[in-house]
Each structure stands twice: as C-alpha cells, then as structure tokens.
Design a protein around this ligand. Structure first.
Ligand code: ADP
Length: 538
C-alpha cells in the first residue's frame, strides 16, 4: 500500500474541495456570522501564510486563548497546516497555570479573544517566549491593550495569501496539537497530538457505532475548543463537511437551547453540568429540540436520571462517552448491542449509563493488585489504554513515568467490566471513598441523588473520619422550585433502598452552587477542603 502521511491540513482540503458551500456558523461578540468552507479554507490559508511571515517555523507552538468560533477553527488548521503546533490554552485556569503552560510549551505567538485580553494582560510580563499577540476582534480597530507587539487577526488575514499550500512533506508522527490537562495537584501536564493521531481519531468519530458524525449532521460542540480539542469534533466535522455551529463567548443554557432550535442542530457535545443546565432550561422554557439525534456527554459520569429525563420527557437520544485529554479524547462509547435492544427500558438504561465499549482501534486492560480483573461487572481495577491516538508521555514532564508504563496509559480511573466487555467507571482513584477498608463509589451515590426530581446537582466527597478513615458527605443543589421544600431526610429516604447502609452519606449539605473545575466538572478538591472538618462521628 502507499505510505501516504496522514496530515491535519488534508482534512480541511477535503471540505474545501467537496463541501465548499457547507457552512460554519459562528457566534462572536457582535452576533452570529456564517462562513462557507470555501471562505474558511481561504481565510485559513491566508492565516497560515501570515504565521510564516511572523517567523513561525515548523514545530513552533502557536497558542490560542479563545472561545469556540470560526477564527479558532481557522487556527486549528492554519497552525498544523503550515507545520506548526496548535496549542489550545484553557481560558479558565488560574493565572499562574496559564503562565506555566505558555512558558512550558514555549509558545511563540498567542491568539487571544478581545474579551479575554484582561486575563492575559495580568500575566503578560511573565510570558517569556511570546513574540507576538494576535487579537481576534470583529471591530476594524484594535482594542486598547498593554500586550505588545499586538496584531489584528483580520488585518493579518487581509495581507495573507489565499492560495498558500499546506505542508505535504511532513512526518505524520510530527506534533500537530497540544493541550494541557488540569492536574488536580501540581502544574498542568502537556499532551502532544500527532497529525496521525488526530486523523485516526477523526475516523473514529465517524464510525456508526461511536458518534457517527457525518456530512448530514449539524454539530454544536459546547465542549470548549481548549478542552481536548472540543473532543476532536472540529477536525472530524471539517473533514466530513459537517455543518458546524460554534457557540462563542459566555454562552448560557438558554443560548444553547436557542441555537439548537434555530440552526436545527443534530449532534451536540459537552460535560454533564452543561446538560443539567440545559435540562433545567427545557423545563422552564419552550424550545423545539426535535432536530437533535444525539447529545454526546462525557468528561464526568452522566447521571442516569438525567439521561432518562432527556430521553423520556424530551425525546432526545443520549450518548454517554468516556475519554481523557491523553486519549485525544474518545476512548469508549455506550451503545446497546443489537441483541440487547429487546431488554426492558430500565435494563437498557443501566447499560447505556455505563461508559461503554472500547472504540475500535484501541486496546484496554483493567488491572488490580492481583492482575487483570474478571469481566463480571464486580471486580474493580485501574483502566489501562493503548492505541494510535493515546499519548505515550507528557510533554517534558517527570510525571510521565507514573502514568505511562510498559506501553500502556494508566488512566487513574477505577472501573469494572461486565461480561459484555462494557466498562463502568467506579470513580477516579483519588475520588473513591475508603470507609472501614471498603470502597464506596462517589459516582454511584451522585447518580442516585441526581435521579431525585428536586435535585439539580449533587457531588459526593470523602471526609476524614476517626473510626472509618473516610465517610461520604453529599453536597446537593436543589432546583429553584424545591428550595426550602425538601429536606435531608426525604432525599436520604429516596436513595436508601438502593445501597447498603454503610454506603449512605453521613450528611447531606444543601448548597447554592457546587464549585466547578475549569472545564465544568464538579470540583471535588474544593469540596473536600471545605468539608474536611465536617466530621460526623456516628
Ligand atoms: P481533567 O483531568 O482536567 O478533568 P480530562 O477531560 O482529560 O481533564 O479528564 C479526564 C477524566 O475525566 C477521566 O480520566 C475520567 O476520570 C473523567 N471522565 C471522562 N469521561 C467520563 C465519563 N463518561 N464518566 C466518568 N468519568 C469520566
């Protein structure tokens, strides 16, 4: 067979050639704009040539500090298209982490959204490698900024070459992208994506048994483009000629619901807290969501009650998936096997609320101290992954040797596997609750709590306990109409029949809001800190 390198630039070339009329719909500070793939192609080529003029060479890191919009999509292809490396930076990280990431990756230029300028201005003096800031604004004039030297994105484009040729003679194993995971302790860890890894992952996104992303979809990645490449959607969607809807800055559940209705979105993706918010919005407003063929949910366990509510009340099919920044990220997807579709509704929901089956192309092992676990849905162990879109190290980081061993990625996730090979994540190793020598899954308790009609969000964490070592405490946010109308006992009575007595939380604490991580997951570290003295000695 021909040994043709798999390159990111070729993904956009296909959209330009075969789908020039299809659209990218982009919300920016000034409203919703529409671009054809022909326009996106030309703009991307102009940008790639501008990067070259700015002195960017092959292998140089090109940072982005931006929301999901068409310009971010253009950088997604312009940087790897001219041989550089797209480095997406999480805009919600603390200043010291942003500084660490930019300096550690040695970004040469930084693309920044106008409304995010103040966040970078605060740290500008500590960014040691940046030669130019490129400001993304819809206005003709550059906004006031202390970042120097600052260039206007649109000005650079207007001077660029729309015929610029993407690199063809690049090693497919060369870096194309980079993203740092938000480590819970210590500095974030960098993951480098190769051209080959991104292209193969894009194939995986298009498989019928995974997300089945296709030309006929209208996809709305709510998951940020700085979080594991918006789960690879922008790359795959562009390749397939899929219509893309990019929700832009400071979006709300209402805006997402409106975009779904107005643009007739068929496939959307995001973390559970986004969908809990949307569910709340659908309960209070009236929207036509009939175009949706699937909500893809990952990043944290999708609560079973939420899946059920979307499917039964709103007839919106739900697709639970699992992955990590280190896995590009798609690793498992939960779908029924053909011979499982005649099971009763509840059994089917049980299967679909697990994390699912390994995506074709990857390998897995689940190991405990005794070796590989039995596939009985009971034994637990750490999930190990390998494959062509799984990272094999962290970028210039000592911590690589802990996570990458003997050719496997140690995910830090504890899982069971049932007889069908379906993975269920019990917890992250660090979130499991160790009580009296036994393990309690915070995820299972959260699932049960969030199935109560009054519960909006729930997060369960371990607090230290003199006798039992650790005990679970539940933090619960009630839906607005139920505030002050539902008490702890009612919620405890609701979950009690589902668990052994010693699994039940020692206390339920009502909160106004559960703190979230920079990518919208429940921030258990903060809850643990807050509750560490909340000792309930039974
Ligand atoms: P961060 O570490 O910053 O949260 P990632 O998005 O890379 O960034 O997180 C990956 C982790 O998220 C996984 O290791 C796993 O613990 C969790 N995760 C991802 N998808 C799911 C899911 N469907 N169910 C439960 N946990 C999930």
């Amino acid at each position: 067979m021909m040994n043709v390198p798999l390159t990111v630039g070729s993904l956009l070339e296909r959209a330009e050639k075969f789908f020039p009329k299809k659209q990218v719909i982009s919300r920016t500070l000034s409203g919703v704009q529409r671009f054809s793939y022909k326009e996106i192609g030309q703009r991307t080529r102009r940008l790639a040539s501008a990067l070259e003029k700015l002195g960017i060479n092959r292998g140089d890191r090109v940072g982005t500090f931006a929301w999901n919009h068409h310009r971010h999509l253009e950088i997604y292809f312009a940087a790897p298209g001219m041989g550089a490396v797209l480095h997406t930076i999480n805009i919600r990280l603390a200043s010291e982490h942003v500084t660490y990431i930019v300096n550690h990756a040695e970004d040469k230029v930084l693309f920044v959204d106008e409304d995010l300028l103040p966040l970078l201005e605060r740290v500008k003096d500590s960014l040691s490698s940046i030669k130019a800031f490129i400001i993304m604004t819809d206005k003709d004039e550059l906004p006031e900024t202390s970042l120097t030297p600052a260039y206007s994105y649109e000005q650079l484009l207007s001077e660029g070459d729309p015929e610029f040729e993407f690199v063809k003679d690049i090693d497919e194993n060369a870096p194309a992208g980079m993203c740092y995971t938000s480590a819970t302790t210590g500095n974030p860890k960098g993951v480098v994506y190769s051209h080959r890894g991104i292209v193969l992952h894009s194939y995986a996104m298009g498989m019928v048994d995974t997300t089945a992303l296709s030309e006929s979809d209208v996809c709305l990645p709510v998951v940020p483009m700085f979080h594991a490449n918006a789960w690879g959607m922008p790359f795959a969607a562009t390749w397939f000629g899929t219509t893309q809807v990019l929700p832009g800055p400071q979006f709300t559940p209402k805006l997402i619901a409106e975009l779904i209705e107005q643009e007739k979105v068929t496939l959307t993706a995001g973390v559970p807290t986004i969908w809990l918010g949307l569910l709340n919005e659908l309960e209070n407003g009236s929207y036509d969501t009939s175009s949706l063929r699937a909500i893809v949910c990952g990043g944290s366990a999708a609560p079973r009650g939420m899946i059920k509510a979307f499917e039964t009340k709103y007839k919106i099919p739900f697709l639970h998936a699992y992955g990590m920044t280190e896995t590009t990220p798609l690793a498992t997807v939960s779908r029924l096997k053909s011979y499982q579709t005649s099971l009763n509704e509840e059994d089917m929901l049980d299967i679909r609320s697990k994390q699912g089956l390994l995506v074709p192309g990857l390998e897995m092992k689940v190991v405990s101290a005794e070796g590989e676990i039995k596939w009985d849905g009971n034994e637990m162990g750490e999930l190990l992954l390998r494959g062509p879109w799984i990272a094999d190290e962290y970028y210039n980081d000592e911590r690589s040797k802990d996570a990458f061993r003997d050719g496997w990625l140690y995910t830090g996730d504890v899982a069971t596997v049932d007889e069908e090979g379906v993975i269920k994540l019990v917890d992250r190793t660090k979130d499991l609750i160790k009580s009296g020598g036994e393990w309690i899954s915070s995820v299972d308790l959260e699932n049960a709590l969030m199935a109560h009609e009054a519960v909006f969000e729930a997060s369960v964490v371990a607090v230290p306990h003199a006798q039992w070592q650790e005990r679970p405490i539940a933090c619960v946010v009630l839906k607005a109409p139920y505030k002050d109308k539902v008490d702890k006992q009612e919620i405890m009575d609701f979950i009690a029949p589902q668990f052994a007595k010693w699994w039940l939380p020692d206390d339920i604490i009502f909160m106004e809001e559960i703190p979230k991580t920079s990518v919208g997951k429940f921030l258990k570290r903060a809850l643990r800190d807050q509750l560490k003295d909340h000792l309930v000695q039974n």
